[in-house]
Design a protein around this ligand. Structure first.
Ligand code: ZN
Ligand code: ZN
Length: 266
């Protein structure tokens, strides 16, 4: 059995990843993957927005580095994409970015639950201690639901990223998950099974087995991402992610070309 496509990979242009696209592609070939996609952190209009994304002036260089990987590894299908931060009010900027290159897909991601706090940033960990976990999870899922309903994205990334540092609320979060999944289903947006969670404090794929089961019941399609920030992370723990998907009843996953979706057998 060959592993599914790895659609979530970063490059050094985001300033916190190592390995050129061609090196990640070489690793994918070694692992026997047939398809991958690069989805580096999108630039913002202001380059000083934060320090963990590419500069706007590097966008063309990013595309060129992915094209170089394609030239170096013709046996591998390599998709061109972005992981785009969804922040209410930035829709026009996202549409602007979407029009600049022939993206195969855009992954919508929520990291920011306010203008200045990315809840997965280890340097802002103290912020969690000043806040109520349920309020943060509620704000996070509210934005994730807006992202799914925005019509801007084919995929939603790491759906329960808010568990990264293990600040779990006491309250039942099922209604938060259900609202997001209902929006994802209604707008035909796929949900990512992201294995990076296994490498974080939470030690669990994003999203949780429970959410993957709820997603299947809600009719939400899935795809897979390692969120590789280094060549050694390409396709990491994919067998585990496939097993999770199958345990929830999934028999297919999605691939994308020029922002159109096709389902393939798992
Ligand atoms: Zn990153
Ligand atoms: Zn992310």
């Amino acid at each position: 059995m060959s592993l599914p496509a790895d659609y979530h990979m970063h490059t050094p242009l985001c300033r916190h990843a190592t390995g050129e696209p061609t090196e990640l592609a070489a690793q994918a070939v070694r692992l026997g993957l047939r398809e991958i996609g690069f989805s580096d952190h999108n630039p913002m209009k202001r380059d000083d927005f934060d320090e963990w994304r590419m500069f706007e002036s590097d966008l063309d260089r990013y595309v060129e580095s992915v094209q170089q990987a394609r030239r170096d590894h013709p046996q591998l299908t390599i998709k061109l994409a972005l992981e785009v931060d969804f922040i209410p009010g930035y829709e026009d900027w996202i549409r602007d970015l979407a029009a600049r290159h022939p993206w195969d897909y855009l992954i919508g991601a929520v990291h920011y639950v306010s203008e200045s706090w990315a809840l997965d940033n280890p340097e802002k960990l103290s912020e969690w201690r000043h806040r109520d976990a349920f309020e943060v999870w509620s704000a996070y899922f509210e934005r994730l639901t807006l992202a799914a309903a925005s019509g801007l994205f084919e995929i939603i990334a790491h759906a329960d990223l808010c568990k990264k540092f293990c600040f779990y609320p006491q309250q039942d979060c099922t209604p938060l998950f259900a609202k997001f999944l209902e929006a994802a289903n209604r707008h035909g947006v796929a949900m990512e099974l992201n294995t990076a969670g296994l490498r974080k404090d939470c030690r669990e794929i994003y999203p949780s087995p429970r959410m993957v089961h709820l997603a299947k019941q809600a009719g939400v399609a899935i795809m897979f991402g390692s969120d590789a920030h280094a060549p050694g992370e390409v396709g990491m723990n994919f067998a585990e992610a496939v097993a999770l998907a199958k345990s929830a009843g999934y028999t297919n996953y999605c691939r994308f070309k020029q922002r159109r979706r096709e389902e393939v057998e798992l």
